[in-house]
Design a protein around this ligand. Structure first.
Ligand code: SF4
Length: 546
């Protein structure tokens, strides 16, 4: 199919001007596009090392500070003391603290003990002992000073870690199954594809100016939120060709949430990097660049439809047809791997829950010590903010569970702790309207007392704003931070409630978004009582087997 057949043309047949490069729109249509065109954001690394780290915070060019720094995982944190009501009305510089959040990539969520210890040491020395496990299998540090960034990079890179393209309009960290390579039911471990994509394409200047972020998931088991990624490869067995991967495109939450759609093709493992490279270039060239709110791949897929997307991918990027493929078998609900589980080799892995992803350098160092003492050299992070220790002999698992508990990690958490996630929130995030992590901890503590013996999985995802970093729309109880009126009529922190969402193919083989019940809001102060009430209501009214 030719470019002329692409939608995005007006009634006169001329391109409508979504800023798509492939339609000839190379002139930037907004300040973000201008900044990326003026200077490849990857170039900012040299300035950080040679100028800003020496000159200090005040020497940083604002265009780098609020734009290009992201290409190396750096965001300024929110200045303390600014309430959520002022998030939208203040200028960016009024929200900026002089400290940074630093996101460290761990593609597939895989870390060695040496890598984990390095992160822990950096967290303790340079990040006030902060270390959050994110729902994209990264670790984020806070309170980073620009003067220390080159040293941090040196230490990370010495053990094979990086912050390159951890943020920005780039190929972000690749999600993978936390139990890739050890899962009893896995047919192909796709780690080699994740590694190849990371090595060949992360930091590639040809892919460093995408219309927006580009999220990937590659997993045999559908135990990542594959429907919420721009591109996903999910394991499937083709009746003639054998095991390979089913390709999905166009997922993304935030505002205008959309689930990824199957292209209906089967991709063998060795072709995954090539096909991924084709999809990301379709996005780079045809993605919308006029409005950032419409720039994610999901909007292009929604406008084109999957048939047209497949045709363009095949004809213009791969130069060959893809093989038609069957749909994969999908789990009924998301799997978080918490607890003690057997591996295919007879050993065990232990999955433990911090509280809503909050950890610390001290705790991560403790995890590394415990793992080593129990014969393990491999750690995994999950997209549900959990930490796994692999390769433990059966007779050592109880000792490990007890050791983890002593450092604040529960391998047998309450149902509430297990299924509650939270984004960064107002503590550090400049876009936040409300606090999330501390509220999640309070909420869990309340529910553990008041609804102690919950025998159902009820996922709760707290988000500090509409951006849905902790996947508001796909939780049983999704919480979107906003200001609401309390009983006295004052504007206070609160949440809009989305009920009944879910990823995975539960409920009639269709994943769905939570129903956003108009007017259904709670103040943050009332949140624990609110969740307690609707849980009790659900438990009283549920049908047998529900
Ligand atoms: Fe920040 Fe909003 Fe994302 Fe939370 S959902 S981390 S508040 S942008």
């Amino acid at each position: 199919m030719s470019v002329n057949a692409v939608r995005g043309r007006g009634a006169n047949g001329r391109p409508r001007g979504e800023g798509q490069w492939a339609l000839g729109h190379r002139e930037p249509l907004n300040p973000n596009e201008r900044s990326k065109k003026d200077d490849n954001p990857l170039n900012v690394r040299a300035r950080i090392e040679n100028i800003y780290a020496r000159g200090g915070f005040d020497s940083i060019d604002p265009a780098d500070l609020r734009g290009r720094f992201r290409w190396f995982g750096l965001y300024t944190q929110r200045r303390p003391g600014i309430d959520g009501g002022r998030t939208a009305v203040l200028e960016p510089e009024e929200l900026d603290d002089r400290y940074f959040m630093l996101r460290i990539r761990s593609d597939g969520g895989q870390l060695s003990l040496e890598q984990l210890r390095t992160i822990a040491s950096i967290a303790k020395r340079f990040a006030r002992d902060t270390a959050d496990v994110t729902d994209r299998q990264n670790i984020q540090l806070h309170w980073i000073e620009i003067e220390n960034v080159p040293t941090i990079w040196q230490e990370l890179e010495a053990v094979g870690l990086s912050t390159t393209e951890a943020c920005g309009d780039t190929p972000r960290v690749i999600l993978g199954s936390p139990i890739a390579g050890v899962a009893e039911s896995e047919v192909i471990d796709p780690t080699e594809a994740i590694t190849e994509i990371n090595q060949r394409f992360v930091g590639d200047p040809e892919l460093s100016n995408l219309p927006r972020k580009f999220k990937t998931s590659i997993s045999w088991l559908a135990d990542t939120p594959y429907e919420a990624n721009d591109v996903s490869f999910v394991g499937v067995i083709h009746p003639e060709h054998g095991p390979g991967f089913d390709l999905w495109v166009g997922g993304g939450l935030s505002t205008n949430p959309m689930l990824a759609q199957r292209l209906g093709v089967w991709v063998p493992l060795h072709e995954v990097p090539e096909v991924w490279h084709g999809v990301i270039r379709v996005f780079r060239d045809y993605g919308y660049r006029r409005l950032r709110a419409r720039a994610r791949l999901k909007f292009l897929v929604a406008d084109w439809g999957v048939d047209q997307f497949r045709q363009i991918l095949q004809n213009e990027y791969l130069g060959r047809p893809l093989i038609d493929g069957p749909a994969p078998e999908l789990p009924e609900k998301p799997v978080d791997h918490v607890g003690v589980h057997k591996q295919w080799d007879g050993r065990y892995y232990v999955g433990a829950a911090p509280i809503a992803g909050r950890s610390s350098g001290t705790q991560l160092a403790g995890v590394a010590d415990l793992a080593e003492a129990h014969g393990s050299a491999r750690i995994r992070l999950t997209p549900y903010q959990k930490i796994l220790i692999l390769d433990v002999e059966q007779d050592r698992t109880e000792s490990l569970v007890e050791g983890l508990q002593k450092i604040g990690l529960e391998a047998r958490p309450s149902a509430w702790r297990r299924s509650t996630m939270a984004c960064t929130g107002i503590e550090f995030c400049k876009l936040a309207i409300v606090e999330t992590k501390a509220r999640a901890a309070d909420l869990i503590a309340h529910l553990e007392k008041t609804v102690a013996h919950l025998d159902a999985d009820i996922s709760i995802h707290l988000n500090g704003c509409p951006n849905a970093c902790a996947r508001t729309q796909v939780a049983d109880i999704g919480l979107k931070g906003m200001l609401v009126r309390d009983e006295s009529g004052d504007m206070v922190e609160g949440f809009q409630i989305h009920l009944g969402g879910g990823l995975g193919m539960a409920a009639g083989q269709t994943a769905g978004f939570g129903r956003k019940l108009r007017g259904l809001k709670t103040t943050a102060a009332d949140l624990p009582d609110y969740v307690e009430r609707i849980t009790n209501h659900y438990l009283a009214g549920r049908e047998s087997g529900e």
